[in-house]
Design a protein around this ligand. Structure first.
Ligand code: ADP
Ligand code: MG
Length: 708
C-alpha cells in the first residue's frame, strides 16, 4: 500500500466519541472562568484599586500607575490559584500573528534553595522583549533591538491553556525604544479613539452633547477548513505554505451545494464544541457554528464586542481552532485559498460605531435619529469612495490574491451595497426634495426635506465587499488568516476624517440654517460619491467593466494594493489623526511587501521541489511500468497510446519545472514567477489524471476534502 492508502486506512479506523447522555453544562457559569474580568477583579482587588481600574476600562481614562502593584498582585494570586506559573505580555507584531515570551513568577530569595513568587506593577505595565527578530520595515536596526510592550488594560488578561500548561496572557501594545509603533494594536487603539472623538463631535452638531462613551464594535465571522491530519502530513505544500500548490479538482466538489448549512458530522461537531468551551472559558463569546459552502469548510462567529477586544479574541480564536484541531487529529487551515476550484475563506468584518447606547448605524425611531443615521451613512459613503484603495490595501496578502476576484469571493474592487430601499432613499436625498419611500412601511422624518426611512432595511447581497446589513457594515474582503486590526484601522481613520469634515461644515452653520445646510451637504456628498454604491452581482465580469467606467480602482495584486500606503495624501491623513506617522506608514508598506515576496518565493521553491522529487518520479515510475507492457508480446496501439500520453506528460511537467526554475533563480519578477507556478500546476494537475492512482504521491482533493 502506498502512504496515501495507509493514511486513508488509518482515518477509516478513527472512532468518533459519542454520547446519548450529555451531562449538564452551564455556559453562564463556565463563561469567563479564565478571564481576569470584572468578577475576578472585584474578588481579588482592594476596593479603591478595583474602582479605579473599572473606571479606566469603562470610561477610557488613563491608567493610574499607583494601582499597578495592587492589580499585579491580584492577577498573580488569581492566576496561581488556577495552575499558572508563568505570565506573558501578549502582543500583535507586524507579522500578523500573536507573540508571547513567558516569564515565571519565580523569584529566588537569595538564600540557597529558597524562592518566593513575585509579579510587580512594573512587570505588569511594561515588558522588554528582545525585538530584533520582529519585522519592522527598517524601523529598528538590530543593534537597537529593544522593544517595549505596554499593558492594554481595556483588553482583559486571560489564561491560555496549551497542552497541560496554563499561562497568564496580558494583552499589550508593542513599540520601539524611541516610541515608534511596531504592532497592530497601538494604531488600532488610536484609530478607535479618534473615531470616537469625531463621532461625539458629529452628534454635538445635532444637539446631542453627553458624557456617553463612544465605542467601535466588531463581530468577526471566521471561515476555516478542516482536514485529517494523516492526509495533511503527506502534503508538504500544506505544511509549508498553508495551501495546496497542486491538486486537480475532484469530479464532485461543491456543485451540488449540499454542504452549506448541512447537518454537521459528529467528528466536526465534537471539535466545534470543544473549541467553543475553550473559548467561553477565556470569555470569548462564540455564538454561531455552521458548515460553509465548500466541502470541509466551516464557520465560527462570535457576538460582537468592543473592537480592540474583538481583534484580540479573533487572534485567540484562530489559535484555538488550530490547537483543538490537532487534539482531534485534524488540521485547521486558515489560508484564504487552500484549494483551487472551491470557495476560499474570508473573515467577515462586521463593524459599527455607537455612542453610549446609541448605535449610529441603526435607523432610529424618530426623525431626529434618522437624520443622524443618514448623515453617518453619507459620511461612510464618502469615506469609502475617497479611500477605497486604502480599504483594499488592508486586505492585501499573498493568500488573498488567490481569493479576491475568484468567482466566489468579493472582487478586488471596493463598492458599497446598500440594498434597494436605502438606495432609493439616498437617491431622493440627492435630489433634495422627495419625502417618501416606495417600499414598505415608513418612518416619517420630520427634518423637512429628509426622506422617510423604511422600518426594516434587511436586503442581503453576498457578492459585495462592503455591505450594509441592518445596523452595521460588513466588510467581506478581509482574508481568513489576517488579523482584523488593519482593516479596522483603515475603516476607523477614513470614517473619522469624513465625520471631521462634515462636522466642520455643520458647526459653521447658523442655527436656523442647520436643516437646509445639512440637506445640501448630504445631497452634495451623494452626488460626488454615489459611484461607489453598487447593488448588483459583484461576481460578474460586467461589473469590472462598469467599475472601470465609474473610475473605481481595481487593485488585483498585493503589490498594487499596497502602494496606496505610500501616497502622500494618505500619509498626511494618518499623521493628521495621529494614527500612524510617516515613518510608521512607510515601514508598514515595507513589512507587508517583504512578507508577500517571501511567501511567493517559498511557494515557488517548494513547487519546484515537489515537482522534481515527487511528481516527476511518479510519472517516471508509471512510464517504466508501461514500458514493460510496451515490450511484451501483447504490445499494440493501445499500449503505445497510453505510453505516449505518459511520456508527453512527463516532458510537459519537466519543461514547466525548468521554466519556473529559470525565473525563480532570477528572483526579479514576482508576477512572472506566479505565472510560471500556475503553468507548472496545470501540467501537474493534468498528470494527476493520467498516472496510475496507486503511484500518485500526494493525497488528492477528493481525499483531502471528503475523508474526515
Ligand atoms: P450574517 O447573516 O452575515 O451571518 P449575523 O446576523 O449572523 O450576520 O451577524 C454577523 C456578525 O455581526 C455577528 O458576529 C454579530 O455579533 C455581528 N454584529 C451584530 N451587530 C453588530 C454591531 N452593532 N457591531 C458589530 N458587529 C455586529
Ligand atoms: Mg456574514
Amino acid at each position: 500500500m502506498n502512504s496515501r492508502k495507509l493514511a486513508i486506512a488509518k482515518i477509516a479506523e478513527r472512532k468518533v466519541e459519542y454520547s446519548d447522555n450529555t451531562p449538564q453544562y452551564e455556559i453562564d457559569k463556565e463563561y469567563g472562568k479564565d478571564v481576569f474580568g470584572i468578577r475576578a477583579m472585584e474578588q481579588y482587588l482592594p476596593r479603591p484599586a478595583y474602582k479605579k481600574l473599572v473606571e479606566t476600562i469603562n470610561a477610557g481614562t488613563p491608567i493610574d500607575s499607583s494601582i499597578a502593584n495592587d492589580v499585579a498582585h491580584a492577577m498573580k494570586k488569581w492566576a496561581m490559584e488556577r495552575g499558572v506559573t508563568h505570565y506573558t505580555h501578549w502582543f500583535l507584531p507586524l507579522n500578523g500573528l500573536s507573540a508571547e515570551k513567558h516569564d515565571s513568577f519565580l523569584d529566588p530569595s537569595g538564600e540557597i534553595g529558597n524562592a518566593i513568587t513575585r509579579f510587580s506593577g512594573k512587570n505588569l505595565i511594561v515588558g522588554e522583549p528582545d525585538a530584533s527578530s520582529f519585522p519592522s520595515g527598517g524601523l529598528r536596526s538590530t543593534f537597537e533591538a529593544r522593544g517595549y510592550t505596554a499593558w492594554d488594560p481595556t483588553s482583559p488578561a486571560f489564561i491560555k491553556r496549551t497542552g497541560k500548561v496554563a499561562t497568564l496572557c496580558i494583552p499589550t501594545a508593542f513599540c520601539s525604544y524611541t516610541g515608534v509603533v511596531l504592532d497592530k494594536k497601538t494604531p488600532l487603539l488610536r484609530s478607535m479613539q479618534v473615531l470616537g472623538q469625531q463621532a461625539k463631535r458629529l452628534l454635538k452638531c445635532f444637539g446631542e452633547d453627553s458624557d456617553a462613551k463612544p465605542s467601535v464594535t466588531l463581530g468577526a465571522e471566521q471561515e476555516y477548513f478542516l482536514i485529517d491530519k494523516a492526509l495533511y502530513m503527506l502534503r508538504p505544500d500544506l505544511m509549508q505554505t498553508g495551501r495546496t500548490l497542486f491538486g486537480a479538482p475532484p469530479q464532485k466538489h461543491q456543485q451540488l451545494e449540499d454542504h452549506y448549512f448541512g447537518a454537521i458530522k459528529p467528528r466536526i461537531l465534537n471539535f466545534m464544541s470543544e473549541v467553543e468551551k475553550e473559548l467561553w472559558r477565556m470569555g470569548i463569546p462564540a455564538k454561531t457554528r455552521h458548515n460553509e459552502v465548500a466541502p470541509a469548510q466551516f464557520e465560527i462567529a462570535p457576538v460582537f464586542e468592543e473592537l480592540n477586544v474583538a481583534v484580540d479574541h479573533n487572534m485567540v480564536t484562530m489559535e484555538t481552532l488550530q490547537k483543538i484541531a490537532d487534539r482531534n487529529d485534524l488540521v485547521c487551515l486558515l489560508h484564504e485559498k487552500p484549494f483551487e476550484g472551491v470557495n476560499g475563506s474570508g473573515k467577515h468584518n462586521n463593524w459599527s460605531i455607537s455612542v453610549g447606547e446609541k448605535n449610529l448605524l441603526n435607523p432610529g425611531n424618530n426623525p431626529h435619529e434618522n437624520a443622524i443615521f443618514l448623515t453617518v451613512l453619507c459620511a461612510i459613503i464618502k469615506a469609502v469612495d475617497e479611500h477605497a484603495d486604502l480599504l483594499r490595501s488592508s486586505t492585501a496578502n499573498a493568500g488573498n490574491d488567490h481569493r479576491l476576484g475568484a468567482n466566489e469571493a468579493p472582487p478586488a474592487i471596493i463598492s458599497i451595497f446598500l440594498g434597494d430601499q436605502l438606495t432609493d432613499i439616498i437617491e431622493q436625498l440627492e435630489k433634495g426634495e422627495a419625502k417618501s419611500s416606495k417600499h414598505g412601511s415608513q418612518i416619517k422624518v420630520g427634518v423637512d426635506t429628509l426622506p422617510a426611512l423604511p422600518a426594516d432595511v434587511t436586503d442581503r447581497n453576498r457578492t459585495s465587499p462592503f455591505a450594509f446589513t441592518g445596523n452595521k457594515f460588513e466588510f467581506r474582503a478581509a482574508g481568513s488568516s489576517q488579523s482584523c486590526a488593519n482593516p479596522n484601522i483603515m475603516l476607523n481613520t477614513i470614517v473619522a476624517e469624513a465625520f471631521d469634515e462634515i462636522s466642520t461644515y455643520l458647526e459653521s452653520l447658523p442655527k436656523e440654517e442647520f436643516q437646509k445646510g445639512l440637506q445640501k451637504k448630504l445631497s452634495e456628498i451623494i452626488k460626488a460619491h454615489k459611484r461607489i454604491i453598487f447593488n448588483g452581482d459583484g461576481y460578474k465580469e460586467e461589473w469590472k467593466e462598469e467599475a472601470k467606467r465609474r473610475g473605481l480602482p481595481n487593485l488585483r495584486t498585493t503589490p498594487e494594493a499596497l502602494k496606496p500606503l505610500l501616497d502622500e495624501k494618505n500619509i498626511v491623513m494618518f499623521e493628521k489623526y495621529g494614527v500612524l506617522n510617516r515613518v510608521e506608514m512607510v515601514s508598514r508598506y515595507e513589512v507587508f511587501i517583504e512578507e508577500f515576496t517571501r511567501k511567493v518565493l517559498i511557494e515557488a521553491g517548494l513547487s519546484i521541489n515537489i515537482s522534481r522529487t515527487m511528481i516527476i518520479p511518479a510519472i517516471s515510475a508509471y512510464l517504466s511500468k508501461l514500458s514493460s507492457a510496451a515490450n511484451s508480446p501483447w504490445k499494440n496501439a493501445a499500449t503505445d497510446e497510453i505510453g505516449k500520453c505518459a511520456a508527453d506528460s512527463l516532458s510537459e511537467v519537466l519543461n514547466a519545472t525548468k521554466s519556473l526554475e529559470a525565473e525563480f533563480e532570477k528572483k526579479a519578477d514576482i508576477e512572472k514567477i506566479k505565472e510560471k507556478m500556475a503553468h507548472l500546476r496545470k501540467c501537474v494537475d493534468k498528470a494527476e489524471g493520467i498516472v496510475e492512482d496507486s503511484l500518485w504521491p500526494l493525497p488528492k482533493y477528493r481525499e483531502l476534502l471528503f475523508i474526515y
